[in-house]
Write a protein that binds this ligand. Structure first.
Ligand code: HEM
Length: 543
């Protein structure tokens, strides 16, 4: 590994200017030589300018390699071992994104520069710094807490409004988090989740009937897909205190959110115009669906207040809190569209990330019978059976299951790429004093941080014992800065308690009622914003 030199990099516009100047010069030179007269001639000039821009993009950064104490810019393409030339880095990224293998690409890059080593990559003259040194990660996420990188995460706002929670400026973002935080991180969310899970997966619950039917027929099922449906129902009930309204609403929402995530990887690429008109139309249709749905839910709620069938206060759910704020002057939510946008973000954040964390845990229990035996033994020792509802009191009494949760999210952080931030001020990295200039895009992806062998020996092994004795409370563990599966700081995941409680409640319900067996097939990591175990096929049988 090359020892970093500490040299201050010229500010970002220098890079962009270098690319612009080299492509303009190339275009001028080509124009002089080709003397274009028709469209073909101009197309040739354009092609030369484009090639110069790409060459400039990749050719300029080596001058900057090792400045900032970072490494990189010549990185292998995924699984080929070959090094990227010219636009190779960009193409490798797009190819890996299309193949839903961005995690593998990131791991290859990380292995090239060394585990725990920060590095930089360039896309079209723009530097993206990947931070993995834990000291720097902590500093930037918690102390600096930069906003998300608006231009490259713009599609989060595309469907409804750019004023969506994840993209708000610091002041408005903090106000929104203060509004929803007490609900999402408090007992009302825990109670709501336990009520829904215990009801639907309880002895007479609708989901239990569905799973019992699969079990008695010995049917092979895609357990992850079932769980995605289930968790979309849970997050809806936490938001609205009722199931999805309308025959096809649940299905349409799932399709819309899937469309929304499918394109997410392109938003990490800081180049304009990457979305095809068809994709943009699909995103807009998804946005329209949510605006209409939330509008109808609002009308329904207001009618219930008006006829007295429901009290306006105290707020029973997150939707009540959002509507009360909408009705107040100077609140966080100034329009119904803003409410619809954030409802969409909570639904998006809260469904498949949690579903996949349950599926990955089941996958590992199937691979590790001694771990499964320990979990089952712990459930027995707490007298948890298929007929016993899980309560909030059980949390501290299930340390082994808690360790399995932590280890599942370490090995399979289900939002593996985290989010892209943009520095508003110059930031000095505490690990080596390097300065990242304001405007730098910073990626803090949980996956490489949680697979650093220096911090997690044998990172590809599933060892819940790493966490035994360290984290008595489920909600407080995986969200810490030492375990950044949920990010950290002011823009961390507000749904971590919800996800943790739901994961545990579902695991208890499934394991006390069913035995799960593998039904063949290869399980691979498939990343489209969230990371799922593709190919996980199982059969269920009653315990
Ligand atoms: C296992 C489950 C989950 C994982 C691994 C996860 C992970 C993450 C991560 C890594 C971030 C980005 C943090 C950052 O930028 O520093 C995030 C943000 C977010 N998550 Fe989660 N999440 C999970 C469950 C949930 C749930 C259940 C909800 C429902 C409320 C949710 C809602 C959100 C929202 C709204 C944001 C954006 C926060 C903001 O910008 O203020 N997540 N999550």
């Amino acid at each position: 590994m090359v020892a970093p030199r500490r040299v201050l990099l010229p500010p970002l516009p220098t890079a962009a200017a270098a690319v612009a100047v080299s492509s303009a010069a190339a275009a001028a030179a080509a124009a002089a030589v080709l003397a274009p007269t028709g469209p073909l001639g101009w197309a040739a000039v354009l092609a030369v300018a484009l090639a110069a821009a790409m060459a400039g993009t990749v050719g300029w950064p080596p001058l900057a390699t090792d400045v900032l104490g970072l490494h990189g810019t010549s990185l292998p393409t995924v699984r080929t071992g070959g090094h990227s030339v010219l636009a190779g880095l960009f193409l490798a990224y797009v190819r890996a994104g299309n193949a839903k293998r961005l995690v593998e690409l990131l791991c290859d890059w990380q292995a090239t520069v060394g585990h725990g080593v920060n590095y930089q990559v360039y896309f079209f003259g723009r530097r993206v710094v990947h931070l993995v040194d834990p000291v720097d990660v902590r500093h930037v996420q918690v102390r600096v807490n930069p906003p998300r990188d608006g231009p490259t995460m713009r599609h989060f706002g595309t469907p409804i409004t750019p004023d969506v929670l994840v993209l708000l400026d610091d002041r408005r973002h903090a106000a929104a988090r203060r509004l929803v935080g007490p609900f999402l991180l408090g007992p009302r969310t825990t109670d709501a989740v336990l009520r829904v899970v215990n009801d639907q997966l309880g002895p007479t619950g609708s989901w239990t009937r569905r799973l019992d039917a699969l079990a008695s027929g010995g049917e092979v099922c895609d357990v992850d897909s079932l769980l995605v449906d289930f968790t979309l129902g849970v997050i809806h009930e936490v938001l609205f205190s009722e199931p999805w309204v309308g025959a096809d609403a649940h299905g349409r929402a799932r399709a819309a959110l899937t469309d929304f995530f499918r394109l997410q990887y392109l938003s990490f690429v800081p180049a304009p115009g990457l979305f095809s008109p068809r994709s943009v139309a699909a995103l807009r249709a998804a946005g329209d669906f949510f605006v209409n749905y939330v509008g109808a839910m609002e009308a329904r709620r207001r009618a219930a207040y008006a006829d007295g069938s429901r009290a306006r206060a105290p707020a029973a759910d997150l939707f009540d809190i959002l509507l009360a704020d909408l009705d107040s002057s100077g609140g966080v939510y100034e329009s119904p569209r803003r409410v619809a946008a954030d409802v969409m973000i909570f639904l998006a954040g809260g469904f498949d990330s949690t579903a996949h964390s349950i599926s990955w845990a089941l996958h590992e229990l199937l691979l590790n019978p001694p771990v499964e035996a320990c979990v089952r033994e712990e459930l027995r020792s707490c007298s948890l059976t298929a007929d016993t509802p899980l309560t909030a009191d059980h949390d501290g009494r299930l340390p082994y299951l808690t360790a399995v949760w932590n280890e599942t999210l370490r090995k399979y952080p289900t939002v593996p790429l985290g989010s892209l931030r943009c520095l508003s001020t110059d930031v000095t990295l505490p690990s080596n004093g390097s300065v990242l200039p304001a405007g730098t895009a910073v990626a803090i992806a949980p996956y490489p941080v949680l697979h650093d062998p220096a911090r997690f020996p044998a990172p590809h092994e599933f060892m819940p014992t790493r966490y035994l004795g360290t984290s008595p409370s489920l909600a407080a563990s995986a969200g810490s800065t030492a375990h950044p599966a949920f990010g950290a700081g002011g823009r961390n995941c507000p749904g971590q308690q919800l996800g943790a409680v739901e994961w545990k409640a579902v695991m208890v319900r499934l394991l006390t009622r069913y035995r799960v067996a593998r039904a063949g097939g290869q399980v691979t990591k498939e990343t489209a914003f969230t990371m799922r175990p593709a190919g996980l096929r199982v059969t269920l049988s009653r315990v």
